[in-house]
Each structure stands twice: as C-alpha cells, then as structure tokens.
Ligand binder design. Sequence first.
Ligand code: GDP
Length: 199
Amino acid sequence: MSKKTPFKIQSIVFHSSHGPNSKIPENPSMPQVAFTGRSNAGKSSLINAIVNRKDLVKVSANPGKTKSINLFLLNDHLFLVDLPGFGYAKASKEQKDTMVESIHHYLNSTETLKALFVLCDAKRELPIDEIEMIKTAYVRGMIPVLVRTKVDKLNQKEAIFLKNKMRELTKEYPNLEIVLSSTKSMAGIEDMRKILVDF
Ligand code: GDP
C-alpha cells in the first residue's frame, strides 16, 4: 500500500503565458510538470479534471488556436505547464512541425521539468511525434507518463486491444507509466493525482 497522502488541491492559480520559443521562468525550488498532446486529445478537459476545476483551462471551442505555453502554480509548490496542442488537423505541415519543434525546445531547455504527461486519444494509433516526446523525456531524465484519453469511447474489444498494445509498449519502455483515462468516467484521474504528489 502506498503511504502517500491523497493529492489535495489547496490552490491552483494562473501564473503566466509565454510564446512558443520563449524562455520559460524557472525556480529551482519549484518543479515543473508538463502536459502535451495534439489538439483535441482532451488535454484541457484532463487538466481541469485533475485539479478539480471546471474551467481552469478552456476546453477548445476553437481547436488549434492556443499556441502559448501556460503556467499554473499548484499548491504554491509546483508549476503545472499546459503546452500548446500540436498537430491540429487544419494546420499546414510546416505549422505542425514548428509547433512540435517548439515543444521539444521547451523539453530540452527546462532544467526544472520533472515529469511529462503525453496525451493520446485511445482510439488512435500512437503517432511518432508522441513517441519522440516520450524518448526526449527519458533522455532528459524526466518521468514520462503516457495518457490514453477518452477510454469511455472504447467498446470492450477495443479496450482489450488497447491494453495489450500498452503492455507491448512497456516491454520497449520498461519504466513508462501508462494511464488509461476518461474525464467522463474519471478513470485514471486519481492515478495522475498520485503521480503529482511526488513533486
Ligand atoms: P484539447 O484540445 O486537447 O484541449 O481537448 P479538449 O479537452 O478541448 O477536448 C476535445 C474534445 O474531446 C471535447 O469535445 C471534449 O468534450 C472531448 N473529451 C475530452 N475528454 C474526453 C473524455 O474523457 N471522454 C470523451 N468521450 N470525450 C472527451
């Protein structure tokens, strides 16, 4: 049994917003935990569910619009970092590449980044961009967490298929944390809160 105390949101406040390639403020005593995923992966809904707030992060009425990196101060103790959604379907290849590059720039230049949550819709094959981000997290010594979102949309057969696929993936990446999540059923949300307790 884990001795960890339950994760409590004492406070969560918006801290600052930054352009894609700008230097993000760092404080050695304030670890950063970042969330990334392509547009529509369910990132805004997931962050809101984890911190138990309806609209801390806006659920995209206009997908692909938010290009900034947004920092929130959680419990006066860590920065929760909402990275811009990449790979928006209507963006050009050049725009998508630029967005992915700017996320790698953040991953590679932020010393206090301790964990990276990579979100991917459970119905999709895991794309190469997401795998590359997980690899970067490994190389940089962070904890990578792969979150397969919207699992409520899977039928039983699809759910079994996904679990088998994820089992295969952990053979390749032994320490990869994988969370199957849904903001509808709240599956996996408490698990992600527990991961945040560590920081
Ligand atoms: P973002 O673009 O990654 O921030 O994704 P959003 O949080 O805006 O979600 C995109 C769409 O997916 C919205 O219509 C959400 O209501 C929907 N969505 C998000 N999470 C879930 C989930 O767990 N289950 C289902 N069925 N839909 C979800």
